[in-house]
Design a protein around this ligand. Structure first.
Ligand code: HEM
Length: 236
């Protein structure tokens, strides 16, 4: 935060960097979670290692997200209050897209807390809540694309594609192995829903964040309404 006082743009760079790294960790967490649930194991990679990696990846993701959120709140350019990070869709800054970040964060915290108290809520209760993970990841992805400043940068797009490929591969593997005995209609519905969701996100991204002028359309308040220090208009 001291760095931010010296140069407010540092906070903006930190928000963006930690946001992208958090998304990578979240994608890894989902893939490891799928592998764990589907009882993936290989010689030299026993199940307890996968479950340890899954748990640690989720905890590291929350730590990185804490920095992502605190730097966003501290950034004087963006009028974001701490409450906007936990109560979705109430903020002034890109309300819908930022709200999706708050929603993803709430879901992630719920997943972690219910895992920590799993012995009190029972396996069925924990499992029911853990289905939310499949909602948390796409919500976070759309938040990153919709709120972020970097969706038009080539390597950032590659990063989004790698994260998506990781989660899609894990899901496809799960549908063809662990769920291989589930009724075909279930598997078809799951695969078709994932494909439709991906298509909708891809079409929206192409029409929105990947085009010029998205920052204004995303709901960035006019510079004149943003409090003094960083109100140079240089960040979108
Ligand atoms: C699971 C939760 C979240 C994940 C995975 C996540 C990830 C991301 C990603 C990938 C970006 C794009 C960065 C870029 O374009 O360089 C981003 C942008 C952003 N996020 Fe989050 N985020 C989450 C939650 C939140 C929350 C709760 C807040 C509330 C303070 C927040 C505030 C922001 C802001 C302000 C930006 C825009 C930064 C810019 O100007 O480019 N995020 N986030």
């Amino acid at each position: 935060m001291l760095l931010g006082a010296a140069n407010p743009k540092v906070l903006w760079y930190l928000t963006r960097g930690f946001g992208l790294v958090s998304l990578v960790l979240l994608s890894l967490t989902v893939a490891l979670g799928v592998a764990q649930l589907a009882r993936y194991a290989r010689p030299g990679l026993p199940r307890f290692v996968i479950s340890g990696l899954h748990r640690n990846a989720s905890l590291v993701a929350v730590g990185l997200l804490a920095v992502h959120i605190l730097t966003a709140v501290a950034d004087p350019f963006a009028p974001i209050a701490l409450v906007d990070a936990v109560v979705p869709f109430i903020g002034r800054y890109r309300p819908f897209w930022l709200g999706l970040g708050a929603l993803a964060f709430d879901l992630l915290v719920t997943l972690i807390v219910t895992s920590l108290i799993r012995q009190y809520i029972g396996h069925r209760g924990w499992r029911a809540v853990h289905w939310l993970a499949y909602g948390c990841w796409p919500v976070a992805l759309v938040h990153g694309l919709g709120t972020g400043s970097d969706a038009r940068i080539g390597w950032v797009q590659l990063l989004y594609l790698v994260c998506t490929a990781l989660v899609v591969a894990a899901l496809a593997w799960r549908l063809t192995t662990r769920w291989a005995r589930a009724p075909g209609s279930y598997r078809l519905t799951a695969a078709a829903s994932a494909a439709v969701l991906l298509l909708v996100v891809a079409v929206w991204a192409e029409q929105g964040p990947l085009r010029a002028g998205w920052a204004r359309r995303a709901g960035t308040p006019p510079v004149s309404t943003i409090p003094a220090v960083g109100a140079t208009g240089s960040h979108p």
